[in-house]
Design a protein around this ligand. Structure first.
Ligand SMILES: Cc1cc2nc3c(=O)[nH]c(=O)nc-3n(C[C@H](O)[C@H](O)[C@H](O)COP(=O)(O)OP(=O)(O)OC[C@H]3O[C@@H](n4cnc5c(N)ncnc54)[C@H](O)[C@@H]3O)c2cc1C
Length: 445
C-alpha cells in the first residue's frame, strides 16, 4: 500500500501535484470491477478512471421500445461458473431467455423454416465435424497451452481454413459460416479456429452444450452484478476520465487523463480493451506481445448489434444467413403488446443508418414484417472499444500467450480479450482475468 507522501521524482510527470492512491484501475468494465473488488478485499482503496459517463464498457443495460435491453453483451451460460458465483454473492438471479419457435435457414432455393430441434441437430452435427480434434488440442481448455505441441499445426488456421477442409454443400457452408463470420466480426478468414474451438471445449465439447452460452439472462440486467462489485469495492470511480498517458519511473506510476489530471500509485491495472491500449502513451513502451495485440487487434473489426421492434403478434423466430448477408443472425426476444423484439447481428454489408435497407434485411426472414423502430450500436466504431467482442486471430494464441498476461513493470493488464479461458466474447473471461490481475497488482502495491 502506498503512503500519502510521494517524493517529486524525476521522470514521474508532475508527481508532486498528483493525488496518490493505493492502486489505479483504468477502465470500469467487468475486468476493472473484479480488480477493484478484489483489491478492496485485500485492504487497498483503488481509484478507477473510466473514459465513459457510465460503468460497464461492452456491457450496457439500457431501454428500447419501453423494454430493458442489453446494448452489448446479453447472455450467460450455466457452465460459466465465475459469473454465477458473483450473481450468488449479490443475491442476483437469472432467467431463461425466449426460446425459438421456428428457425429460418438458407436452403437450396431461398430461406426455409425448420423446427428448432431439426435445425440445431443438423447444424450441431456439422459443427461436430468442424471441431473434431479440439478435445485433443484443448485437452485442458482452461489451460490452453497445455498441448502446445498439438496446437502448433492448428493455431495458424482461420475459421475459413477449417471450413475449407470439410466437404460441405453450399447450403451446409452457409449454415456454418453465418456463425463463424458473426464471431469473426467480418470474414471468417479473420477469426482463429482455436478461438471458437476453445469455447466449445470449455462448454463440454459439443455445439449443443456451447449453445447454452446464449440461454440465461440476469434479472436486473447484465450491469447489475458489476454495479454490486463496485459498490462492495468502495472504490473512488471517476467517470468521464479517459487516460492518455501512463509513465513508470523510480518505482512509481503516474497516470494522466486527457483533461490533465494526474494520479500516482505503485501499481496500475490497465483494464481497457486490448484494441485501445495503443491510444494510451506508455513509457517505457509496451512489450512486444502487448504491442502486437493492440496493433493487430483482438476485438473484432465489425460488431454491430441491432434491436428491432416488429409490429404485431410475431412468432419467436431465430434466423441465420450465410457470410456476406446483411443480417447474419437474428434472435427472438420478448413479445410486447404491440410487437415482438429481436436482436440482429449484422454483417459489414448492411448500412444500419439506412432504414429501408434494415427493413429489407429483416423482411428476408420475416416477409412483410413492419419494422416499427430499430436501434443499432456499432461497437467497432466506439473510441473506447476500438473493436467488438474479442476473438483471437490465427497465430495469436501461441504468439501472445503467456506473455500477454505478464505485468510490464508495475503495470498489470486485465480484460476479457486476454483471458486464458473464456476469452473475448464473454464477461466470464473478464472476471477470470480480473482475479489474475488483482493478484499481480496486490503483489506490486
Ligand atoms: C455486441 C456485443 C455482444 C456481446 N455479447 C456477450 C454475451 O452475450 N455474453 C457475454 O458474456 N459477453 C458478451 N460480449 C462480450 C463482453 O461484453 C465482454 O467480453 C466484456 O464486457 C469485456 O469486459 P472488459 O472489462 O474486459 O472490457 P470492457 O467492458 O470493454 O471495459 C473496458 C472499459 O475501459 C474503458 N476505457 C477504454 N479506454 C479507456 C481509457 N483510455 N481511459 C479510461 N477508460 C478507458 C471503456 O470505456 C470500458 O468501460 C459481447 C460484447 C459485445 C460488444
Amino acid at each position: 500500500m502506498t503512503t500519502a507522501l510521494i517524493p517529486s521524482t524525476a521522470g514521474v510527470a508532475r508527481a508532486k501535484d498528483a493525488a496518490t492512491v493505493d492502486a489505479i484501475i483504468i477502465g470500469a468494465g467487468y475486468a476493472g470491477g473484479t480488480v477493484a473488488r478484489e483489491l478492496a478485499l485485500k485492504g487497498l482503496k483503488p481509484l478507477v478512471l473510466e473514459a465513459r459517463n457510465r460503468i460497464g464498457g461492452r456491457i450496457w443495460t439500457s431501454t428500447f421500445a419501453g423494454a430493458q435491453v442489453e446494448v452489448g453483451g446479453s447472455w450467460l451460460g450455466p457452465q460459466q461458473t465465475l459469473i454465477h458465483k458473483e450473481l450468488n454473492r449479490y443475491s442476483l438471479t437469472t432467467f431463461e431467455d425466449v426460446a425459438a419457435e421456428q428457425v429460418i435457414l438458407p436452403g437450396d432455393q431461398g430461406f426455409q423454416s425448420h423446427s428448432p430441434a431439426d435445425a440445431y441437430n443438423s447444424i450441431g452435427q456439422l459443427f461436430g465435424e468442424f471441431y473434431a480434434g479440439s478435445e485433443n488440442y484443448f485437452e485442458r481448455p482452461h489451460d490452453p497451452l497445455y498441448r502446445s505441441d498439438l496446437l502448433a499445426s492448428v493455431d495458424p488456421l482461420s475459421l475459413a481454413d477449417r471450413l475449407g477442409q470439410l466437404q460441405l454443400s453450399p447450403t451446409e457452408l452457409k449454415w456454418l459460416n453465418s456463425e463463424t463470420s458473426v464471431y469473426s466480426g467480418g470474414p471468417s478468414t479473420r477469426g482463429a479456429l482455436t478461438g471458437m474451438a476453445q469455447w466449445i471445449q470449455l462448454s463440454g465439447g459439443s455445439y449443443g452444450t456451447y449453445s447454452t452460452t446464449m440461454s440465461l439472462r440476469p434479472t436486473g440486467g447484465m450491469t447489475a452484478a458489476l454495479q454490486a462489485m463496485f459498490n462492495e469495492s468502495n472504490a473512488d470511480i471517476r467517470l468521464n476520465s479517459p487516460v492518455k498517458k501512463v509513465t513508470e519511473a523510480n518505482g512509481l506510476v503516474t497516470v494522466e487523463t486527457a483533461a490533465g489530471a494526474t494520479f500516482v500509485s505503485r501499481v496500475v491495472v490497465v483494464a481497457t480493451p486490448a484494441n485501445v491500449w495503443k491510444n494510451i502513451t506508455f513509457s517505457p513502451g509496451l512489450p512486444a506481445a502487448h504491442t502486437q495485440a493492440t496493433t493487430q487487434g483482438i476485438g473484432v473489426p465489425h460488431a454491430t448489434k441491432m434491436w428491432v421492434h416488429v409490429q404485431g403478434n410475431v412468432p419467436a423466430t431465430a434466423a441465420q444467413a450465410g457470410e456476406g448477408s446483411p443480417i447474419l443472425l437474428m434472435v427472438p426476444q420478448q413479445q410486447l403488446s404491440d410487437g415482438r423484439l429481436f436482436i440482429a447481428f449484422t454483417g459489414p454489408s448492411l448500412n444500419v443508418a439506412n432504414a429501408a435497407d434494415v427493413r429489407a434485411a429483416v423482411q428476408q426472414f420475416l416477409p412483410g414484417a413492419n419494422v416499427l423502430r430499430y436501434q443499432a450500436m456499432e461497437w467497432a466504431k466506439d473510441p473506447y472499444t476500438g473493436g467488438g467482442w474479442g476473438l483471437r486471430r490465427p497465430n495469436q494464441l501461441l504468439q501472445l500467450f503467456p506473455h500477454i498476461e505478464q505485468p510490464h513493470g508495475r503495470i498489470v493488464f486485465a480484460g476479457s480479450d486476454i483471458a486464458k479461458g473464456w476469452h473475448g466474447a464473454f464477461i466470464e473471461g473478464a472476471i477470470e482475468s480480473g482475479f489474475r490481475a488483482a493478484g499481480q497488482a496486490a503483489a506490486l502495491a
